[in-house]
Write a protein that binds this ligand. Sequence first.
Ligand SMILES: [Zn+2]
Ligand SMILES: [Zn+2]
Length: 142
Amino acid sequence: MSKAEQVQGGCLCGAVRFTVTFPTVFCGHCHCSMCRRNHGAAYVTWFAVLRSQLSIEAGSDRLTRYQSSSHGSRSFCSRCGSSLFCVSTHLPDLVDIPLASMDGPIDRIPESHIYFDDRAPWTIIGDNLSRLGGPSGLEPVE
Ligand SMILES: [Zn+2]
Ligand SMILES: [Zn+2]
């Protein structure tokens, strides 16, 4: 059985549709306060690919960008509000995509908790994934 090389995804209303081509380069749960507030969730499971591996098939006119920090911006569907793509000038070749917006699995599973020391106090994690934090969100903690 050959493994899939692509997976499709989209927003809640279906206006924005896109295809991601593997391989991905990262997948992890982000606990930072901006992700939590932006998604209304305890944490956001992101994966990253090279920007060239993301193809917007429909609804690019619906994508609205919000500059959420000096180095990052987040795109969302202006019709249904689904949060979609996050980009940062710190890693300009990559785009972060919420795993939950995909129609099927990607080529990896979540491998870490990032910004773990910034997590909501009511978030209780029971898995054995590495817990990263500090100023970059990516340094080992505890
Ligand atoms: Zn939508
Ligand atoms: Zn985050």
